[in-house]
Each structure stands twice: as C-alpha cells, then as structure tokens.
Design a protein around this ligand. Structure first.
Ligand SMILES: Cc1ncc(COP(=O)(O)O)c(C=O)c1O
Length: 400
C-alpha cells in the first residue's frame, strides 16, 4: 500500500526497509499525534476526576474499549480488559482462571509452535498444579498436526492454548475446528492473537474461543498496551489478577468487594495514552479495512516466499499455501548464520530479525537453533522484498 507510507515518519526520514513488524509495527503519524495530544491537551487521569479534562480522558479511554470490542466482534465492552501486552493477558488467565480451574491430573494442551508467552505460563501452571502439559506437534509442511491434537483431546483437558498465527512459520491455525472439538470435551480455548488481530478480521464469537489476547504495539499502536478478551461469565467467575486502587467497590478494614467488569481487572492508574493511541490505530486500520489488510499481505507473502525461496541455499519454513499463511517468512541461508545475515542486511538499512523469535521448542523441532525472519505489514511493498533478496545475495558474496 504505497500511498500510506507517507503516514509513517520513520519511513519518510530514511530509506529503511523495515521487515520486523511481527516484533513490533511502525506507528503512523495519526497514532503519534493522538498520544501527543493527550499529553498536550488533556493530561488528566481517568475514572476519578469530575473536572472536564478527566471526563474527556475517561470518555476517550472508554470509547477505545467500545472500539476494541467492535474490532474483535465481542458481545460487550465489559469483556475487554486493558493490560500491558499479550504476555500479560495470558499470565492473567494462567494466574486467575488457571489457578482456580486446574488441579492435579488435569491436562492443558498447547502446541510446539507457540511463542514462549503462550508456553511458559502453562508450563508453570502445570508445575504448580501437578497438571500435565501436552504439546501438539507439526506436520511436514508446518501445519498443526490435527490428528495428534485429536488424539490428545480428552475429558481431562481443561484448557487449550493455541496461537492464531505462528510468528515463525506464519501458519494460520484452524481455530474454529479446535474450538468445536474443545466444546465436545468441555475444555476452554485461549487464542494468542498477537499475530492475528493486526493482520486479519477477527470475530471472537465466530472463532468460538473463550480467551483472546493481543498487543497494541504490533498493530500500529503504542507499546505497553494490550488486550485480554474473555467471555463475561468467565471473567465474572475469575479472581482479580492485581489488586489495589481502581478495581474495588468497597474497602473496609476487614474486607474488600470488587468493581464490576471490566475495572475489576484494571488495578492502578492505567496506560491512558496507550489506550488512546490504540484507539487511533484501530481507526487507521478500520479505514483501510481488515479484509484489505489481509489480502494485501497475502499477495506480498506469496511474492516473498517465491523470490526468497528461489535464492540458492535458502530454506523457507512454514506452509507453502499462502492462503494459510500470515505475513511472516522465516528462512535460513546455507552456511550463513542468521545473525551474520541480519548484520550485513542492517548495513544496507534492511531490518530483519534473527534468532529463535521466542520459539525455542519450535526451533528445536525444526532442527535449527535460529532462523532469519522477514515479517510484513501494510507499509511494506514488493520493492522491500526485492531489496531483501538483493541483500541476501550480497551477504552470500561477502561471506563466501
Ligand atoms: C505469537 C506471539 N505471541 C505472543 C507474543 C508476545 O507479545 P508481547 O511481547 O507484546 O507480549 C508475540 C510477540 O512477538 C508473538 O508473536
């Protein structure tokens, strides 16, 4: 989407080829201005004051909650909890719902392609509760092994934790199939939406999941703001994660009653500018349309897997069919360490990621310790991909 590159100051200032949006996205001027104007024109906190600027701040904050609810197809804004990021959202579920609803002998299913954020909290919960963590494997072409999943599923499973889109393989997972199967055994499903919400239309009701977590900074918003969506009846049955100011109804020396949803889960002064910036990011994405975002990225990834895959010595990971793949291309180049490749590309002003991308179990399964990863967003173009390919070829010459 060449015409919107002008909205991204970092892309105007230099000739950067930014291919690390799976880590964090760039921010358009509209988002930057919304945050700046909160500080220059409003400045007050939310929910507490009865003076004008606090009322305005509260309205902006709560309007964003409505916007987020619409953006992901939630039934009610009460189901939208603002947290710091996907990691915090998942930990919130592990320490509240998980703590209360799992016990010795229960099982939790996760998958080998999870980000550590959707793996380690479940490993730790299983350890605390003496529950079993079961891990779904992969097929040869980088999809979840659904036969393996079906075999692991039983009435002992309390929770299934799965990513919507893999941040390494790009695989788009069959969430509705998973939620339908989960219902048959009474298990809940948590979807890690970190790589999903920024890149495609999400409807949590259609997905049929129970928890959905994502981060604002990967979808044009500021850092430090994320969202947990959960069904209202589940949130009502969960204990607060953090306690203190803002999340109470009444406090006496002997006891505390909690605020209604969603504030029960938002202790302390929240990330007000982050929420306002997230609202501006959603406005921006809605103007483009999430279907268009997805179809643009699908074309880009199709082009990218083609031309990168043609470079001699390159191994591209993940599904071949680009209709089942998000805007992420992880690859290795024969005899070149991904870190060396990333350094040489950086000299050409091309930013990619090298390492395990917080997916060590997956890399172990793939038989590599690290990969190079190019990830796309709406501001990337075929020219960026071409420059990456040139850069890879140059690195091969230098390191020959
Ligand atoms: C699939 C996936 N899950 C979770 C996360 C964690 O996101 P955050 O660091 O914003 O909590 C990431 C970040 O890269 C991710 O790609």
């Amino acid at each position: 989407m060449q015409n919107l590159r002008k909205d991204f100051p970092i892309l105007i200032k230099n000739s950067l080829v930014y291919l690390d949006s799976a880590a964090t996205s760039l921010k358009p001027q509209q988002v930057i201005e919304s945050v700046a104007s909160y500080y220059s024109e409003i400045g007050a906190t939310v929910h507490r004051g009865i003076y004008k600027s606090s009322v305005i701040a509260t309205n902006l904050y709560e309007n964003t909650r409505d916007q987020v609810a619409k953006f992901i197809g939630a039934n009610s804004a009460r189901e939208i909890i603002f947290v710091r990021n996907t990691t915090e959202a998942i930990n919130l579920v592990a320490y509240t719902w998980g703590e209360k609803n799992t016990q010795e002998g229960d099982e939790i299913i996760t998958t080998i392609m999870e980000h550590h954020s959707n793996f380690v909290p479940w490993q730790r919960l299983a350890e605390r509760k003496k529950a079993k963590l079961k891990v779904v494997g992969l097929t040869e072409d980088g999809h979840l092994d659904m036969e393996n999943f079906n075999r692991l599923l039983s009435k002992r499973v309390k929770l299934i934790c799965v990513t919507g889109v893999s941040n390494v393989l790009g695989t788009i997972n069959p969430i509705t199939k998973i939620t339908q199967a989960a219902k048959m055994v009474g298990a809940k499903v948590l979807v890690d939406g970190a790589q999903m919400a920024p890149h495609m239309k999400v409807d949590v009701e259609n997905l049929g999941c129970d928890f959905f977590a994502f981060s604002g900074h990967k979808m044009l918003g500021p850092t430090g703001i994320g969202v947990l969506w959960a069904r209202e009846e589940l949130l009502n049955g969960m204990e607060p994660f953090l306690s203190g100011g803002g999340m109470i109804n009444e406090v006496t020396v002997g006891d505390t009653t909690y605020a209604d949803l969603p504030l029960k889960f938002e202790a302390g002064t929240p990330n007000i500018d982050g929420v306002i910036g997230l609202g501006a990011a959603i406005d921006y994405l809605n103007k483009i349309g999430m279907e268009k975002v997805r179809s643009y990225e699908e074309k880009l990834v199709e082009y990218g897997t083609g031309v990168i895959g043609e470079v001699r010595g390159v191994r591209v990971f993940g599904p071949e069919k680009t209709n089942l793949r998000g805007g992420v291309i992880s690859f290795t180049v024969d005899k070149i360490h991904p870190h060396d490749l990333a350094s040489i590309l950086d000299e050409q002003n091309i930013a990619i990621r090298a390492g395990h991308h917080c997916c060590m179990p997956l890399h172990g399964k793939l038989g590599v310790t690290s990969t190079a990863r190019a990830s796309f967003y709406i501001y990337n173009t075929k020219t960026d991909v071409d420059r990456l390919v040139e850069g890879i070829n140059k690195a091969k010459k230098i390191l020959k």
